[in-house]
Structures are given as structure tokens and as C-alpha cells.
Write a protein that binds this ligand. Structure first.
Ligand SMILES: NC(=O)c1ccc[n+]([C@@H]2O[C@H](COP(=O)([O-])OP(=O)(O)OC[C@H]3O[C@@H](n4cnc5c(N)ncnc54)[C@H](OP(=O)(O)O)[C@@H]3O)[C@@H](O)[C@H]2O)c1
Length: 475
């Protein structure tokens, strides 16, 4: 079956099975064009001194301008890396709090400390990059400029967006793309940089595109970046690039040739990301990107919630330092992995048989059988377990972002990681992809509940949520 007929079939099966998740059904009901959004510059905020705002000209609407929304760790990594390109593209950093514009006004610049900073071997002087425009985007217009500055102030509505990097947390990513939809240019490229599965993968991407972009020749080019760099924050606009690694970039969208990458105007953002040497990015075909994102999801769905619940560093999950630890944690990890493996294998099987992701990769029945067997092996419990323990060893000295968010009382990404696995199990059952069987995802649901409760637990307390009392007494 051709890729396009598989995409059509995918769309039909999603709609007919009534397996539309809440986030998508809300979008399907909302036919509005998207809100008007205005840009505030540092000159639009009075500052702590109370000085009157001075209005300078807003950044021009170049088609090669790259907007980065979300100026946290990955936003800073992408900004600093793109700014170091020999032919630096114009870049606008987009924030959502006026305080950040004030902070920028007081001390402009993004700081990405090198790895050596951790050992005190680098100074921040060498790494501050201020060659950016910065804006806060808001549905409230900025205050009108003083009369004499009105002509110079330019249009306060945001310009058309041709190149967008969304570097928010996973739960804010699609919401951000939705929010700015009115401004996405006809050949826009949008790169998502989150952990977790991108929401625009099958089975929902085609439905989303049809709901939002049916009136266009084509939807924006949706790109996903799988980022393995480790970056942590040391203040506003300042992070440490503690663990340089790489980025795998590819298209979530089935409508472009996935092995060679996109052509046309939308290729510009891809070229810039690939050329930014600090990112160490490479292009991956769609099916490879999908599997890599699934594997990263599994790592995140094991390490992040457990470290958040137990409030411990990553390495503490994998050391058998006492009898209790050796009994409880490996069993919890194994249960999470068994469940994840069953769901991902069912999903992969379903995708190979009915979906579009492998249509290019496996065009014959034999190739399809080979791909199916290889994928089943890659997503087996044993392979996933070996991968999680391998990664756990590599990142043993780090604190996961979910642990840090839990400690800071912030919302976590658990709904996008473990919650996604639970939702996917229900989706697969609803479309008849599990031979009538129920996929057990109880352990992932427990992770979601415990992380959202935000009460730290000991390992023994964690065990009580998983194992019956008689089993616990045997430990
Ligand atoms: N850090 C890493 O080493 C790393 C590595 C690989 C993958 N990741 C993944 O990458 C994603 C981002 O991680 P991160 O560490 O960069 O998170 P982060 O430091 O929390 O950055 C996210 C930023 O987005 C901002 N934001 C949220 N909504 C926004 C909006 N509507 N407009 C503008 N800004 C908005 C947040 O601001 P407020 O906090 O003020 O709301 C925050 O500054 C996550 O999915 C993470 O799992 C991170």
C-alpha cells in the first residue's frame, strides 16, 4: 500500500474508532482562527526604575528569521548554537513574562556555560551572547508609544512566522503551536524540542492537520528534535551545557520524502539546525525518528518519575545498596518496562500493518515482515531493559528534570511520558489492535498518580503501591 493511501487509512481508523483524546477533540471543536498576538520588546516595559518606556523599531519580519519560544535550557542551547553559525540568522527569543524582558534590559544576553564551568574552569564573560532580538508575546497589546516614537515603533502584532523552534516543556508544546497558528506562514517549519512522543505523530497528526490546515496547500512542516544534550539552568537566560551530546532531527509529517529531508523554503530551518556544530544534529528518516523517540520515552518514563517520587539522583535507582532497594526498585522498573514493551510492540505492529510511518521503509511484504521482527526485538522487554540500565549508568550523577520540577513544586511532564503510554494502551484497545486483550499499564498509571500527588516516598512506601503485603513481608 502506498504511503498516501496508508495515511488516509490511518486518518479514517482514528476517526471511526472514536479514539480521539481530549486534547484533540477540544481542537476539533474549536474552529476559530487563533488569537491576535502582540509583541512586547524590552522597550515596552518600564523597568524597575519606573523610567518611561522608550520605543525602538521592532525586529523586521524576515523570512529567514528564527523564532525560539521557551527560553529555558533547550531554548538557550538552540539560541547559543545558532548564534555561533558563521552566517548567523536573525533570531528572536520569545518569552512569556514581562519580568524576563526587564531582566534582559538590565543584562542582555544568553549565557551557555561550557562543561568546564562545573569544575570552575570557565568564566561567563566569554559565553554571553546578546546578538538576539527578544520579545514577549501576549494577547494584550503593549502600551501605545509616545507620539514622537509612534512611526518608529512599527506594528505591534507579531509578524508571519516562517521558522519556529518550540523549546517549552512537553505539555506546553502543541498548545504553543496552536496559539500562534494564525501567524504560521504558508511554508512554515516548526521544530519541537521536547522529550516524550510528539503529539503530531500518527495516529493523530493527520486529523490535526486536517482540522487546522485543510484550507492550505500543505500544513506547516512539523519537525521533531530528539535531544540528548544535558543542560541545566543557573539563572534567567543562563544555563550550563553540562553533557554535550547530539540531536536527531526529522519530520513527523508523512507528506515529505523522509530519507533526503525537505526541499523548498521549509528546508531553511532544517539546514540551520544541521549546520549549528554545537548541536551535533543529524537528519533521520521518519521511521527511525519515531523509534528513537519511543526509546527515549521509555528511558524518561522509568527514570524521571521514580527519581521524582523518591527525590533521588538517577544513579540511586540502579544501585543495590540494601536488601530493600535490591528487591523493590528492580521489580518496579521491570514492571514499568514489561508494560511499556507490550504497548510499544502492539503499537509498532499496528503501525507497520495499517500506518504510514514504515510505508517508505518497507514496501514489500517480505520487507514488512523483516521490519516487524526487527522492531519487535528492539522494543522487547530485554532490549528496553538493557537500554535503560545502560543510560542509567551514563547519567547516574545527574538529577532528572522531573526530580527538579517536583522539588520546586512545578508541574511535571509525567502526563506526557507515562500518561502517554496509558493513553496509547487505551487507543490500541479501541481500534482492535490488541486481539480483544487489555494492555496492563497499571504501573505507569501509578507513576502518574504518585508524581501528580507530589508527596515524596521512601522505597518501602513505593513498594506498597505495587506489591501486596504478603509479598512485601517476603522481601
Ligand atoms: N534540559 C535538558 O537537558 C533537556 C535535554 C533533553 C530534552 N529536554 C526536554 O526539552 C524540553 C524543555 O526542557 P528544558 O530543560 O529546556 O525546560 P525549561 O528549562 O523549563 O524550559 C522551558 C521554558 O519554556 C517556557 N515557556 C513555557 N510556556 C511558554 C510560552 N507559552 N511562551 C514562552 N515561553 C514558555 C518556560 O517558562 P516558565 O518556566 O517561566 O513558564 C521555560 O522557560 C522538555 O521536554 C525536556 O524534557 C531537556
Amino acid at each position: 500500500m502506498s504511503a498516501s493511501s496508508k495515511m488516509q487509512k490511518e486518518k479514517e481508523s482514528t476517526t471511526s474508532a472514536a479514539a480521539v483524546p481530549a486534547w484533540l477533540s477540544q481542537i476539533l471543536q474549536d474552529k476559530a482562527p487563533g488569537p491576535k498576538i502582540y509583541r512586547w520588546t524590552p522597550d515596552d516595559v518600564a523597568g524597575s526604575s519606573g523610567a518611561a518606556p522608550q520605543r525602538k523599531k521592532r525586529a523586521p519580519a524576515d523570512t529567514n528569521r528564527i523564532f525560539i519560544v521557551g527560553m529555558g535550557n533547550l531554548g538557550r542551547l538552540f539560541a547559543a548554537s545558532l548564534a555561533r553559525l558563521p552566517d548567523q540568522p536573525p533570531i528572536t527569543l520569545v518569552v512569556h513574562r514581562p519580568g524576563l524582558l526587564e531582566q534582559w534590559r538590565a543584562q542582555p544576553g544568553v549565557v551557555l556555560h561550557p562543561q568546564g564551568y562545573v569544575e570552575g574552569a570557565a568564566s561567563s564573560k566569554d559565553v554571553r551572547i546578546a546578538d538576539f532580538d527578544i520579545e514577549m508575546w501576549s494577547e494584550t497589546p503593549p502600551p501605545p508609544p509616545p507620539l514622537q516614537d509612534a512611526a518608529a515603533a512599527g506594528d505591534a502584532e507579531i509578524p508571519p512566522i516562517a521558522n519556529l523552534i518550540i523549546a517549552t516543556k512537553a505539555q506546553d508544546a502543541l498548545r504553543t503551536a496552536e496559539w500562534v497558528r494564525r501567524y504560521l506562514a504558508p511554508d512554515a517549519a516548526v521544530a519541537f524540542a521536547q522529550n516524550g512522543m510528539n503529539k503530531l505523530w500518527p495516529p493523530y497528526g493527520a486529523l490535526y492537520n486536517e482540522a487546522r490546515y485543510a484550507d492550505r496547500k500543505r500544513p506547516p512542516l512539523w519537525l521533531a528534535c530528539i535531544v540528548t544534550h544535558g543542560v541545566y539552568s543557573v539563572g534567567p537566560f543562563a544555563s550550563v551545557h553540562a553533557a554535550p551530546a547530539d540531536v536527531v532531527l526529522g519530520s513527523v509529517d508523512g507528506s515529505i520524502s523522509s530519507s533526503s529531508g525537505p526541499g523548498g523554503n521549509e528546508a531553511y530551518l532544517v539546514q540551520q539546525i544541521l549546520a549549528a556544530s554545537q548541536l551535533k544534529a543529524r537528519w533521520a528518516p521518519r521511521h527511525e525518528l519515531w523509534v528513537l523517540q519511543l526509546e527515549k520515552l521509555v528511558v524518561n518514563a522509568v527514570i524521571n518519575p521514580l527519581t521524582a517520587i523518591l527525590r533521588c539522583k538517577n544513579g540511586a535507582l540502579f544501585v543495590a545498596d540494601d536488601a530493600l532497594n535490591s528487591a523493590v526498585l528492580p521489580r518496579v522498573i521491570d514492571q514499568l518496562l514489561q508494560e511499556a514493551s507490550a504497548v510499544l510492540r502492539a503499537l509498532a505492529q499496528h503501525e507497520i500493518q495499517t500506518g504510514s510511518i514504515f510505508a517508505d521503509a518497507a514496501s514489500t511484504v517480505e520487507a514488512e515482515a523483516d521490519a516487524s521482527a526487527a522492531l519487535a526485538e528492539r522494543l522487547s522487554f530485554a532490549s528496553l531493559r538493557a537500554m535503560v540500565y545502560r543510560v542509567g549508568e551514563l547519567v547516574k550523577d545527574n538529577s532528572s528534570s522531573m526530580f527538579q520540577d517536583a522539588q520546586a513544586g512545578k508541574k511535571t511532564e509525567v502526563g506526557e511520558f507515562n500518561g502517554w503510554i496509558v493513553d496509547m494502551a487505551r487507543y490500541l484497545e479501541s481500534v482492535g489492535a490488541t486481539d480483544g486483550k487489555t494492555l496492563d499499564v497499571a504501573a505507569h498509571q501509578i507513576m502518574v498518580d504518585l508524581v501528580e500527588k507530589a508527596v515524596p516516598l521512601t522505597q518501602e512506601e513505593l513498594g506498597t503501591h505495587f506489591f501486596s503485603r504478603s509479598v512485601r513481608l517476603d522481601l
